[in-house]
Write a protein that binds this ligand. Structure first.
Ligand code: ATP
Ligand code: MG
Ligand code: MG
Length: 540
């Protein structure tokens, strides 16, 4: 390993690429344009970007478009948008389909050199033969026969459609990935870029090492579930006499209570269990960004995973805890008082303040006491304020509490309904009181007036979509769907929240971090709770 050129990341281990030369490293991120990117793709994309930057090299974004059944131009656009949400921009965008001509002639070269043969063995039988190390009946067909069948495949004739092309590696290698993998197959659907020019398409196993080699990739980052296929990858370049590429593998990312498969995510969208691909409950790049995960925290988290080979399901807590460290120093502070709780109707509690100002007074206060760059907000003082029912209930008779950004006050009297709801409170200001001696620091808002209105808001929180930490291969997702995953609370907030732009991070003090999600259909401003790593994703 080239220690001199490696670097320390947050975890303290050394993250570098073997044989990397400054200015000469080329990496690539090869998404298939068949869906939206998720947090697993983010890991691959960020590691590729990291190494390209670290060695002042180049990052290729390559659309791996070899299967017209699943791929569209629209998905290419959304993937590029997803990447820009991650602050990732390749130095160049390419397509595997750019190389279809080259790949095709290399397939012919493989046939002519006796390194590939056509096969019409039924799929089930082929799987069986591969499992048991049995040679295909066509393994020793002549080069002429193979060329003839490949021509039939290329024309997609009824005869050709029955065949595929296999690399001639091994019949019975203990590594089953080396047992004559399929390298070309027919597909008669039009391709979103090459139209109906081709009826035969290379497989990933064939195209990837070749295109990596042609494009000058020096280090191919792959998830380690492909490790068995690494010798196969090398075989392809060797068989064709083209430049070999260094493989650097890392573990596939998984999270508890989370599905990271495009197919399964599609189902949640199609059945309306989520509202779309950018739903804050989704592990898509759009979903996690909308939920308030910063690019900075994502990057830190992914680099910390670095070259780890452990295939485990990670907790969400640690990534949200990192995120909190990123947003806490910058998130402006606002106040909100809950009107209707998640489970019960809560009554907002009006409080009269004896000794308060007779007319409303407005003061400018910092939005963040430790970060004045966050700007100022207006706080309205009056003798009629509102507080949370939960706070009101906790007050003892004559208790001294602190009204934040104001001073101490003593609870003089409290009116309670038969069902235990606090209906109103009277307090007396006690500004000489020491805020260090009170147990409770209370957020409050002045009763709204036409001059100083409050803003109706909705606070949203979410639970995991599935009830099982890790779904097994045979589990039916339908048996593990969380019945209710969205929780809404109605609240009123200070008018300063009007300054926020969609996507801004902020804190409702004593309630948590939120990301402003714009105006809801009911006209209320919507705020999505950002998990802080203490009870990540669990609606508490
Ligand atoms: P899916 O199974 O969700 O469809 P995929 O692996 O088929 O994902 P690709 O578009 O082929 O999706 O993936 C692009 C790149 O992202 C590949 O290099 C792949 O290894 C990597 N990748 C995909 N999922 C993960 C994951 N969970 N963790 C790390 N890397 C991943
Ligand atoms: Mg794939
Ligand atoms: Mg996959």
């Amino acid at each position: 390993a080239n220690k001199a050129r490696s670097t320390k990341v947050a975890a303290g281990f050394t993250l570098g690429l073997e044989g990397a030369k400054m200015g000469e490293v080329v990496t690539r991120f090869p998404p298939e344009p068949s869906g939206y990117l998720h947090i697993g793709h983010a890991k691959a994309a960020m590691l590729n970007q990291y190494f390209a930057k670290m060695y002042r090299g180049k990052l290729i974004i390559r659309f791996d478009d070899t299967n017209p059944t699943k791929e569209t131009t629209e998905f290419e656009d959304t993937i590029l948008e997803d990447l820009s949400l991650l602050d990732i921009k390749g130095d160049v965008v390419t397509h595997t389909s750019d190389y279809f001509d080259t790949l095709y002639s290399l397939a012919i070269q493989m046939i002519k050199s006796g390194r590939a043969y056509t096969d019409d063995t039924e799929q089930a039988q082929m799987r069986d033969e591969r499992m048991n190390g049995i040679a295909s009946a066509h393994r020793d067909d002549s080069i002429e026969e193979n060329l003839k069948h490949f021509a039939e495949m290329t024309a997609a004739s009824p005869e050709g459609l029955r065949w595929c092309l296999r690399a001639k590696l091994s019949v019975d290698n203990p590594n089953k990935a080396l047992r004559d993998p399929v390298i070309y197959r027919c597909n008669t659907l039009p391709h979103h870029r090459t139209g109906d020019k081709w009826k035969v398409y290379p497989t990933y196993d064939f195209a990837c090492p070749i295109v990596d080699s042609i494009e000058g990739v020096t280090h191919a980052l792959r998830t380690n579930e492909y490790r068995d296929r690494n010798p196969q990858y090398r075989w392809m370049t060797e068989a064709l006499g083209i430049r070999n590429v260094q493989i650097w593998d890392f573990s596939r990312l998984n999270f508890i209570y989370t599905l990271l498969s495009k197919r399964k995510l599609h189902r949640f969208v199609n059945t309306g269990l989520v509202r779309g691909w950018d739903d804050p409950r989704f592990p898509t790049v759009r979903g996690i960004r909308r939920r308030g995960l910063t690019v900075e925290a994502l990057r830190q988290f992914m680099l910390l995973q670095g070259p780890s080979q452990a295939i485990v399901s990670l907790e969400w807590d640690s990534i949200w805890a990192m995120n909190k460290k990123v947003i806490d120093p910058v998130a402006p502070r606002h106040w909100a008082i809950v009107e209707a709780g998640r489970h019960v109707a809560l009554w907002i509690v009006p409080v009269t303040i004896e000794g308060g100002p007779s007319a409303s007074e407005v003061k400018s206060l910092p939005k963040h006491k430790k970060n004045l760059a966050a700007g100022e907000k207006k706080t309205v003082y009056s003798s009629n304020i509102l507080i949370d029912q939960e706070d009101a209930r906790s007050f003892e008779d004559q208790e001294e509490v602190t009204l934040m950004d104001w001073g101490n006050a003593i609870v003089r009297s409290k009116t309670t309904s038969g069902s235990g709801q606090v209906i109103s409170i009277e307090m007396g200001l006690h500004l000489d009181g020491d805020f260090k001696k009170t147990k409770k620091k209370i957020t409050w808002l002045s009763q709204p007036t036409s001059e100083n209105p409050l803003i109706p808001v909705t606070l949203l929180d979410y639970d995991y979509l599935i009830t099982k930490k890790k779904l097994e291969e045979n589990d039916d997702v339908n048996d593990f769907i969380t019945p209710v995953t969205e929780f809404r609370e109605a609240a009123v907030a200070d008018a300063n929240v009007k300054d926020l732009k969609k996507g801004d991070y902020m804190q409702f003090e004593r309630k948590g971090y939120f990301v402003f999600d714009g105006e809801g259909t009911d006209g209320r401003l919507e705020f999505i709770k950002i998990p802080d790593g203490k009870a990540a994703g669990l609606a508490s």
